[in-house]
Design a protein. Structure first.
Length: 670
């Protein structure tokens, strides 16, 4: 059964997201409701257009009395009172009530609205429906009040992690049209005449706002309602295409299914299909609130490589990998929607590039043709960076985690461990190509791992140190150290020492994990949760859980993941980062992130134990949690369809409708 738009619907009454994080996007435009209003709008982005401070109010006139919709939080006649909202990928539906006496006559109205981002042009659509709840007739009309603000047209080359700069103020040039030297904003309205509503009757009014270049008009449909239908249809088509290969999850564990769906939608809203972008779909790091409409290899390939290979398919993964390489991945941390590289080199980009391609090789068996590019980039890093024996010096914070203290810098365990993993993957490619280079790459990988153990492991502390060029040492208890467990670096005693810190009061907290252990009093702080403590970047706890499943620590893996289930109940999509001591999200960081896909990735490839192989074999090794039932159905692998059903101490593995195994959890090779 295919996914439907309503599968991803979310009741915003349950939301713990900051109000400025609530937006809705079409993959072409993204728009926000004005807080506490029933139909108000505040903010619109559709590259290359930016209208961050545009504001639309839809006030109502009923029997000559203005019922304002401004989100007034006072007492008395405050106007329309906001009563709830539902978020869906294609729209935000809101409702409100007005029940008040004016000149001794009761005016009682129920009002609902739908805010829809346009899917084929820069703009949005608002429908507002008014129902008369009195026993008499009431004449109603809607009075749009549009403030265009400072409109900007910013070239696609210049869209980056922050918001575009505001442009010049737009001025009214004729009724319904505002303009500055770069951008025109046009207001369209249906239902401008007052409507007489009998008792129980309703009327619908529609408004559209479109951005074009200065002096350009726009094509409008015969009915504004067509815009809403186009966006709904476009979104359902996107879900049909992008989720066709994504398995479904069902479970009686409270919150698990919600978490899985919110993880998937976190990826869906990051896949823009704008014809001006370098590829479609173009995976942006964030972007729902207009900032972060750019692509980071780390977030895309590092956290979401396997899910993306399922969602966008092999051809698009290869296109994305080539786009990463052509953007100058060795020189830049990210690239714009047009493919132009941005900012300084980033230490985790190369591993993410490899992981994206390797995920595609494992899932689809395609990507060997990129061996030469991978080889060149990896060796380029070897030549570019200063060496400490077999280890590389990755520089300072702007090349790494951007912590707020001197800490995880220079010669460090991760990403040197990821570098060893890259050499192993290069060896895998060389073996398949039979080019005679595999042994050299394997040896290089082992030399790096040995050097990490010999030069960076502090046996007494049971943790890694960071070496600075001048000999200074830092020991920072960062969650990044756990990546070494995935990369084959750790001995049994090292693994035991690292895992001993995964406990309450250190890395673990009631609502997630801390990026820095709370016991690290030198580096732990609360102002920057993603990398400095008090919370974590959204992909980190899930990758930790996946790592723990990968090394056979199923109980600990589930203990980590279940701390995140509140996010499925209380967030419409996953933010850049979140706190771990309370169910909360920093309002000043990005509202959404593509790394949110890593939640589903951990469940599918960790808990369910789906392990695709580059040689076309599929290993399935479920590790069910010690509570409840979990079913994963519809995982496609090279012409086969796999289902995995789990409960404590039991699993059933089905391939193409035939039971392959039923009983105690065990490893099966298909």
């Amino acid at each position: 059964m295919s996914y439907q738009l309503n599968d991803f619907a979310f009741d915003l009454r349950a939301s713990l997201a900051p109000s400025n994080h609530i937006w809705v996007g079409s993959g072409y435009s993204t728009v926000a409701p004005l807080t506490n209003t029933v139909a108000g709008v505040k903010g619109l982005f559709s590259p290359p257009f930016a209208a961050r401070d545009v504001q639309l109010l839809l006030n109502i006139e009923a029997d000559g009395h203005q019922v304002s919709d401004t989100g007034n939080l006072g007492k008395g006649d405050c106007g329309l009172l906001f009563a709830g909202a539902e978020w869906r990928p294609d729209r935000i539906a809101r409702s409100g009530t007005y029940h008040y006496f004016h000149e001794d006559r009761l005016i009682s109205l129920f009002v609902s609205s739908r805010l829809v981002p346009l899917s084929d042009q820069a703009g949005f659509f608002v429908s507002i429906k008014i129902t008369n709840r009195t026993e008499r007739s009431i004449e109603v009309s809607v009075l749009p009040e549009l403030t265009p603000g400072r409109l900007n047209l910013q070239p696609l080359d210049d869209w980056d992690y922050g918001h575009p700069a505001p442009g010049e103020v737009a001025h009214l040039i004729r009724e319904g049209v505002w303009e500055n030297e770069k951008v025109r904003m046009t207001l369209y309205q249906e239902g401008q005449e007052p409507t007489l509503l009998g008792s129980g009757e309703e009327a619908e009014f529609r408004v559209g706002v479109v951005l074009t270049r200065s002096g350009e008009a726009t094509m409008t449909p015969q009915s504004l309602a067509a815009w809403e239908k186009w966006t709904e249809s476009a979104w359902q088509d996107r879900i049909d295409r992008l989720c066709a290969s994504v398995p479904r999850l069902d479970s009686d564990i409270p919150g698990l299914k919600d978490y899985y769906l919110r993880s998937l939608v976190s990826g869906l809203i990051c896949l823009w299909e704008h014809p001006g972008f370098a590829m479609q779909p173009f995976p942006v790091v964030s972007g729902i609130e207009g900032a972060g409409i750019c692509c980071y290899p780390w977030d895309t390939g590092g956290y979401a490589g396997r899910l993306l290979s399922l969602m966008i398919g092999s051809d698009s993964i290869m296109e994305l990998a080539k786009l990463m390489a052509n953007s100058g991945i060795e020189e830049h941390s990210r690239f714009s929607p047009s493919g132009v590289g941005k900012d300084v080199p980033y230490a985790y980009s190369l591993w993410s590039f490899f992981n994206l391609i390797w995920s595609n090789v494992e899932q689809h068996g395609e990507g060997l043709e990129l061996y030469g590019k991978m080889r060149k980039l990896l060796l380029s890093d070897e030549d570019r960076l200063p060496a400490w024996g077999e280890l590389l010096d990755y520089g300072q914070q702007h090349n790494l985690l951007e912590m707020r203290s001197a800490a995880h810098e220079h010669v460090i365990s991760s990403p040197n461990a990821e570098r060893a993993w890259c050499f192993d993957r290069l060896a895998d490619f060389a073996e398949r190509l039979n080019n005679g280079e595999a042994v050299a790459w394997r040896n290089k990988a082992e030399q790096i791992r040995r050097a990490i153990r010999d030069q960076l492991w502090d046996e007494e502390a049971g943790w890694f140190v960071c070496r600075y060029p001048d000999g200074h040492l830092e020991r920072v208890y960062t969650i990044q150290a756990y990546d070494t467990l995935r990369m084959g670096v750790c001995t049994k005693s090292m693994k035991t020492a690292l895992l001993s810190h995964l406990r309450e009061g250190a890395f673990l907290a009631p609502y997630g994990v801390s990026s820095i252990s709370a016991e690290d009093t030198v580096h732990y702080e609360l102002n920057d949760p993603d990398w400095s403590g008090g919370g974590s970047y959204t992909g980190e706890a899930t990758i930790l859980a996946l790592t723990l499943w990968e090394i056979g620590e199923a109980g600990l893996a589930w203990d980590v993941l279940k701390r995140l289930l509140w996010m499925g109940r209380h967030l419409p999509y996953f933010p850049q980062e979140h706190y771990c001591d309370r169910p909360a999200v920093p309002a000043h960081k990005r509202a959404n992130v593509i790394a949110g896909l890593s939640g589903a990735e951990a469940i599918l490839f960790g808990m369910a134990g789906l392990k695709p192989g580059a040689d076309g074999t599929l290993t399935v090794e479920p590790q069910p949690p010690l509570e409840g039932n979990v079913s994963i159905t519809g995982y496609p692998y090279r012409g086969r369809m796999i289902d995995v059903h789990m409960q404590p101490g039991f699993c059933k593995i089905i391939c193409d409708g035939m039971i392959i195994h039923e009983g105690l959890p065990k490893r099966c090779i298909l």
